[in-house]
Design a protein around this ligand. Structure first.
Ligand code: XLS
Ligand code: NI
Ligand code: NI
Length: 455
């Protein structure tokens, strides 16, 4: 096992440079201690510098913290009040509150060794009473973010705009039937892009929670989708004109909050990107729980994105097998994630993106330390699954067995078929010549056993 020096772990600032405030002072930096460790605040598998499949684990994953869940989710649900009171929320002034929240976020990420974060515009600071006030607040807080980023080495994996919480978006943002709302959404995306570019964000995400419909009775679907495409082109053109070099990701989700969302799943988004000529700039951010909501496995969604050359980034979490909504739990299923990591490795990893923990604590996990447990578990699981997947690909017969199933296409006729040199009449003639095909087992149980034997 080779290892190489790790840039970001050299961060040595666990107290905010300017304010000296600490929120997690009872927690020391999380270290790798190996599988036998009994310390709940240590990594057992995630060793950032460990080189697997040609690169350090930290480079394969580019783990990111989701600002909205980790520092914004208070545990409120439709049936009950918040269960978590964040200490920084005691500040009454929105900008002071935003700064304290950021102190907490940077202390947390530094202690955990998270090298990236992702944000919505109004995660960083509360939306103001007007567009101008919001813009002024974003200017101030992004200055503060830059100071913290420079001091810690932590970077922005992607930024995005919250185009779903405010009531003005109840009928959609880019797909709203009211042009004035579409324009407002555009203004907000311009500001979110400005913030992302200012912070050196590596990518920009569009998740369209309200881009869809509740009833076709009152909806012109074709027109709304054309508006969405136009809107994405405008955003891309603006960002490029400002020198943004990163990738735009669309994050599919079938429903919730809208009954039917236009970015239903990866196949839908691949079709949309191609149909509207966005393929040079747009790829996909695949979220585990959105995959399962759309009736697919996460593995299926990764494969669809990868096959289209659009596997950009991952929102890591998991759903619940018994209920049908986006529970956004931290990942914990080793078997499923190892299968996913096989596809990740075969695809050559992510194009531009990373692994963002779009995951929230359960409502009854109420301590700040629970944030550490959630992320440690997720990071360890990814590392463990990845190492297992790499072993499966390098040491087990799985790849050969998979290739063998397609062996017959190496025959002269099979090759001709793949090249497009056979007609339907040829298939008819060949079948008359060759007779009935022999039965060939798919060996699914054996494939599953091989996977299990490597966990
Ligand atoms: C919600 C989405 C959201 C996006 C960013 O379901 O996952 O959190 O990742 O807007
Ligand atoms: Ni997400
Ligand atoms: Ni989600």
């Amino acid at each position: 096992m080779e290892s190489k020096p790790r840039a970001v772990l050299e961060i040595n600032r666990y107290v905010n440079v300017t304010t000296q405030i600490q929120y997690f002072n009872h927690i020391s930096p999380i270290e790798f201690e190996g599988p036998d460790s009994t310390n709940p605040l240590a990594f057992r598998y995630y060793e950032p510098d460990r080189v697997v499949a040609g690169k350090a684990l930290s480079e394969h994953f580019k783990f990111a913290c989701a600002y909205w869940h980790s520092f914004g989710n208070t545990g409120a649900d439709p049936f009950g009040a918040p269960t978590r009171r964040f200490p920084w929320d005691d500040e009454l002034d929105p900008l002071t509150r935003a700064r304290r929240k950021m102190d907490a976020a940077f202390e947390f990420m530094t202690k955990l060794g998270l090298e990236f974060f992702c944000f919505h515009d109004y995660d960083l600071v509360d939306e103001g009473a007007s567009l101008t006030e919001s813009e002024q607040r974003l200017d101030v807080i992004t200055d503060y973010a830059l100071e913290n980023m420079n001091a810690s080495g932590i970077k922005v994996l992607w930024g995005t705009a919250n185009l779903f919480s405010h009531p003005r978006y109840m009928n959609g943002a880019a797909t709203n039937p009211d042009f004035n709302v579409v324009a407002y959404a555009g203004a907000q995306v311009k500001q979110a892009l400005d913030a992302t570019i200012k912070l050196g964000g590596e990518n920009y995400v569009f998740w369209g929670g309200r881009e869809g419909y509740m009833s076709l009775l009152n909806t012109d679907m074709k027109r709304e989708q054309e508006h969405l495409a136009r809107f994405l082109h405008m955003a891309k053109d603006y960002a490029r004109s400002r020198g943004f070099k990163g990738t735009f990701f669309i994050e599919p989700k079938p429903c919730e909050p809208s009954k039917h969302q236009y970015d239903y799943d990866c196949a839908t988004v691949v079709g949309f990107i191609n149909q509207y000529d966005l393929a040079d700039d747009f790829k996909i951010n695949v979220e585990v729980n959105h995959a399962t909501l759309s009736g697919h496995t996460f593995q299926h969604e990764l494969q669809v994105a990868a096959d289209a050359g659009m596997l950009g980034s991952i929102d890591a979490n998991r759903g619940d097998y018994q209920n049908g909504w986006d529970t956004d739990q931290f990942p914990n299923n080793l078997y499923e994630l190892t299968e996913a990591m096989l596809l990740f490795l075969r695809a050559g990893g992510l194009q531009g993106g990373g692994v963002n923990f779009d995951a929230k604590l359960r409502r009854n996990s109420t301590d700040l330390v629970d944030l550490f447990y959630g992320h440690i578990g997720g990071m360890d699981l990814f590392a463990r699954a990845f190492i297992a997947a790499d072993k499966i690909l390098c040491e087990s017969p799985m790849e050969e067995m998979r290739a063998e199933r397609y062996e017959s296409f190496k025959s002269p006729d099979g090759r001709q078929f793949e090249k497009g040199d056979l007609s339907l009449q040829d298939l008819h003639r060949l079948t008359l010549e060759n007779g009935k095909p022999a039965q060939t087992s798919g060996r699914q149980e054996l494939f599953e056993n091989i996977l299990n034997q490597h966990l």
